[in-house]
Write a protein that binds this ligand. Structure first.
Ligand SMILES: Nc1ncnc2c1ncn2[C@@H]1O[C@H](COP(=O)(O)OP(=O)(O)OP(=O)(O)O)[C@@H](O)[C@H]1O
Ligand SMILES: [Mg+2]
Length: 307
């Protein structure tokens, strides 16, 4: 009975088929519908960016793909085969690597230990750790990615956030991940460090992985993305390929152009005299009007600032 099902599933695997397919995925936490009817495809050798505001459902989505949560509706397929990962270990074994922003690596352990964490190489009858081999491989793999870390014995906690993300990406590639999920890898980084991480996202893509890049930042997404999904309150509100979308459109979709206009209108109607005109401050062209002590308003309280 199970053979025909398996054959049918295998038959769906074709060359052009996406690596990972989500079809009408839904997830409820009790009464909260965190995801509703979410469909998306992740292709090998492409960066699929998932954008969305706080609470949009981005983390829920990656938790489903990485085996932390089960979905309540829809179908998920990996290589054309329907999958339901019931633990992160099962997802990892199927080739899904997840790089969480803060939990990517163990901070007190050395670079090489982190690289091999959970996949250690042993030697001899006593199965002792083969430290030399692990150091050598970690060093050469990082070097291949252009990551130079002079001392592999250094604890990872002493490295910059960007370097840590890059080590986690190199590790995923080395251990044969098919899909790599990066959860807001640039959120806490400055411009330069973000640039380094974006470079390794491109390297993972060029190594043939399907990359899922979760971000709030449309500029970062547009620099490396092939495909863009915007989530809002658990639904897909935009699904477009790079050639169908400009950076301005993506930024507008993310910033919620309509909501910003409404907010601006509300602030204006509240009391126009107490609203600072953003352009007078931000663009430097027109100086902000000088306010006397009596006119200074503490945001949200309408109280006068103490002298
Ligand atoms: N374990 C949980 N139990 C109940 N509700 C949850 C749980 N996790 C998430 N939610 C709810 O599901 C919705 C989506 O949350 P999720 O964390 O996926 O959003 P997000 O897009 O990752 O947001 P952020 O940008 O803030 O990380 C939110 O309304 C959130 O409150
Ligand atoms: Mg989140």
């Amino acid at each position: 009975m199970s053979t025909p099902v398996k054959e049918r599933q295998q038959a769906r695997v074709t060359k052009d088929r996406p690596l990972l397919e989500l079809e009408n995925i839904g997830k409820s936490y009790g009464n909260v519908n965190a995801l509703r009817g979410v469909s998306l495809n992740v292709r090998a050798g492409e960066v699929t960016c998932v954008l969305g505001d706080n609470g949009a459902g981005k983390s829920t989505l990656i938790k489903i793909v990485s085996g932390l949560h089960d979905y309540t509706d829809g179908v998920m397929r990996l290589n054309g085969i329907e999958r339901r990962f019931n633990s992160p270990r099962v997802a990892q074994a199927a080739g899904i690597a997840t790089v969480y922003q803060d939990l990517a690596l163990a901070p007190l352990m050395s670079v090489w230990r982190n690289f091999f964490l959970g996949n250690e190489i042993h030697k001899g009858l006593l199965r002792t750790l083969d430290i030399d081999t692990m150091k050598e491989i970690a060093g050469s793999e990082l070097e291949k990615m252009g990551i130079v870390i002079p001392d592999l014995d250094r604890p990872v906690g002493s490295l910059s956030g960007g370097q840590r993300q890059c080590i986690a990406i190199a590790r995923a590639i080395y251990f044969g991940a098919k899909v790599i999920i990066l959860d807001e890898p640039t959120a806490a980084l400055g411009v330069k460090q973000s640039g380094v991480v974006l470079k390794y996202i491109v390297k993972a893509r060029d190594a043939g992985l399907g990359v899922i890049f979760i971000t709030h930042n449309p500029h970062h997404a547009y620099l490396v993305g092939n495909h863009f999904i915007v989530l809002k309150l658990g639904r897909v509100v935009l699904d477009a390929h790079r050639d169908e979308l400009t950076l301005d459109q993506l930024t507008g979709e993310m910033a919620g152009g309509q909501e910003l206009a409404e907010l601006s209108h509300e602030l204006r109607t509240a009391d126009p005299s107490k609203v600072v005109e953003p352009h007078t401050v931000e663009h430097g062209g027109v100086p902000a009007p000088e306010l006397s002590q009596d006119e200074i308003v503490v945001a949200g309280t309408d109280a006068k600032e103490d002298a």
